[in-house]
Design a binder for this molecule. Structure first.
Ligand SMILES: [Zn+2]
Length: 253
């Protein structure tokens, strides 16, 4: 399904082969390029929305949408090459290491809560918002790429919206994690879980159980690391709270 790597990416792969295999984020110039592409994508997305809201001619909307897709596809190729070269399991083993993951029973769609918008929801309950997006800390090589929800181990973690489970992996800095692809093309990541209750390829609805919170991977205590990305790969995260706000979800501070 991947497109054939273009020549510059082949060169990039060769260059990246020299990096230590343990590196968890795209290094050096690649990180800078990825960050620029993430910003360019968010601007392109905002532009598409602006044109739609202004009832712009369909041709203009289409061109803006094509530009947005181009930016995202360039970033996708870049990060795929990086993570393939660095040995990231999300890229290298799309099936995840499910055999080693603490798997619970396969979850079923949540029953709708009366009076609640069933389309999007917070990823967990009874939390305290701790480390936010782009904060700096000793545990992160660069800036923090998600939003942390402090909850005790064993708290249900739910899909924020409808989508498909892209991958489940275990054993790296994110511990046991689930990555969901949503219909708008964004991905949400749920990390440090103690148990995983979904399987790769499974369709999930908003609020559907993905697993239980925990303290696996690189953590100092139990919490849910929630991240929003424009590709499946590390290096393409966007600020998660504004993204949730666009879906009408406002986690309490
Ligand atoms: Zn985190």
């Amino acid at each position: 399904m991947r497109r054939v790597l273009r020549a510059p990416l082949t060169l990039l792969l060769v260059a990246l082969a020299a990096f230590p295999a343990a590196a968890a984020t795209p290094a050096g110039p690649t990180a800078g390029r990825a960050a620029r592409d993430v910003r360019a994508h968010e601007e392109a997305r905002a532009r598409v929305e602006e044109l739609r809201e202004a009832d712009a001619p369909p041709g203009e909307v289409r061109d803006a949408e094509r530009h947005r897709r181009d930016v995202r596809s360039r970033l996708w190729d870049l990060l795929w090459a990086v993570e393939h070269a660095l040995g990231d399991p999300v890229a290298v083993d799309p099936a995840g290491r499910a055999g080693h993951c603490p798997l619970g029973p396969r979850s079923t769609p949540a029953a709708p809560v009366p009076g609640e918008d069933p389309s999007w929801t917070v990823p967990t309950t009874g939390y305290r918002l701790t480390a936010g997006y782009a904060e700096r800390g000793r545990r992160w090589k660069h800036r923090h790429t998600g939003q942390d929800f402090a909850v005790g181990s064993g708290t249900p973690v739910r899909a924020v919206g409808p989508g498909t489970v892209r991958v489940t992996t275990c054993g790296d800095g994110f511990g046991n994690q689930v990555l969901v692809r949503h219909r708008d093309g964004y991905f949400t990541q749920y990390a440090h879980l103690s148990r995983i209750d979904v399987r790769k390829g499974q369709k999930v609805r908003a609020g559907q159980l993905l697993g239980l919170s925990g303290a696996t991977g690189n953590v100092t205590g139990p919490h849910l690391h929630f991240e929003v990305r424009i590709t499946p790969y590390i290096g393409s995260a966007v600020p998660p709270l504004p993204w949730l706000a666009r879906k009408g979800v406002h986690p309490e501070q």
